[in-house]
Design a protein around this ligand. Structure first.
Ligand SMILES: Nc1ncnc2c1ncn2[C@@H]1O[C@H](COP(=O)(O)OP(=O)(O)OP(=O)(O)O)[C@@H](O)[C@H]1O
Length: 308
């Protein structure tokens, strides 16, 4: 990668107060986002939330109406020109009559110092189909070919906008395995997706947006806990309900016999209290799934502006 000692200290992405308007439509509305080097971040939001508009600005394909955009401290156009950021686009850009290898070779000739063709084929997991015509490749194979093309400049940040749309389960798994293995070498990845399970399985961090602004930002389990909350159930004879209800993030305390159920946002601090300050036993912690969180955070009843 092109990373130097100085550049490594800069965030891969820094968006501050980003606004993008299309006439009367405000697609992005004061979005703040920082991605640190090496992080894999999923960008989630319902249709029209502003994901593609944000990604287009990040890739220098469109200009922000207001706010600041930095990619490793550079303007997007500079970052693209220096090969520090590259994208896997969802459609287009491939010639059906070329083979997979010829496609990579052709694109490699556009760069001054591309990664070796054999290496990017290998990293994208398409060495076995290198001789196949692109028109004969499945949708999933074509996406892995686009991934190989994005690796040619050896970018420090890879951006993917709904990369697995239309792929079956096996193709999605193969695609993400290739991406994850590659990311293990330190590349930052920002991907937009509608598949909540992809965000859950492959991202270090999830950023949920709604109406152009961030409504949740944290690990998958933090986001789950934030929206739906968790339930901590314990056996605690003579529980002090008032003390439990006063713990940070606790939303309700219910007692049935010796069993106490505590609904909370932050189960860690509740557990810490129960373990250190009470005789509670038989702990059981449950959380709702990411889909519950997504619906709660991105629909009209949602509360905005939360984070970790
Ligand atoms: N070129 C444009 N002209 C006018 N409005 C636009 C344009 N591009 C996007 N929009 C509007 O901006 C809003 C955000 O769109 P955007 O494509 O960024 O959302 P998204 O989160 O990527 O959605 P999806 O999940 O459906 O791809 C939408 O209301 C969309 O209609």
């Amino acid at each position: 990668m092109n990373t130097t000692a100085i550049q490594e200290t800069l965030p891969a992405v820094q968006l501050s107060g980003l606004v993008k308007s299309f006439g009367a439509v405000t697609a992005v509305n004061g979005l703040d986002l920082t991605v640190t080097p090496g992080e894999v971040v999923a960008f989630l939001g319902p249709n029209g939330a502003g994901k593609t508009s944000t990604i287009d600005i990040l890739l220098g394909l469109s200009r922000a109406t207001r706010g600041s955009v930095k990619v490793f401290g550079l303007d997007p156009a500079q970052a693209v020109a220096q090969g520090r950021i590259a994208a896997v686009m969802q459609t287009g850009g491939l010639l059906k009559d070329l083979t997979v290898r010829e496609t990579v070779q052709l694109n490699a000739s556009l760069y001054r110092q591309p990664r070796p063709v054999g290496e990017v084929l290998e990293r994208a997991g398409i060495t076995q189909i290198a001789g196949r015509r692109v028109g004969k490749c499945s949708g999933g194979e074509q996406q892995r070919l686009r991934f190989a093309l994005a690796l040619l400049p050896e970018p420090d940040l890879l951006v993917l906008d709904e990369p697995t749309t239309g792929m079956d389960v096996e193709a999605r798994r193969a695609f993400w395995n290739a991406i994850r293995q590659d990311a293990a070498q330190g590349r930052s990845i920002l991907f937009a997706t509608h598949y909540l399970d992809e965000a859950d399985s492959y991202a270090d961090r999830i950023v949920m947006i709604r109406k152009g602004a961030v409504v949740a930002d944290g690990t998958a389990s933090q986001v789950r806990g934030m929206a739906a909350g968790r339930q901590v159930r314990v056996v605690l004879p003579g529980a002090d309900q008032v003390a439990l209800a006063a713990l940070p993030g606790v939303t309700s305390v219910q007692q049935r016999g010796d069993s106490v159920t505590i609904a909370c946002g932050d189960s860690d601090s509740v557990l810490r209290y129960l373990i250190t300050s009470t005789t509670a036993h038989d702990f059981e912690v449950t959380s709702r799934n990411l889909e519950d969180a997504f619906i709660a955070l991105t629909t009209d009843e949602a509360t905005t502006g939360q984070g970790f």
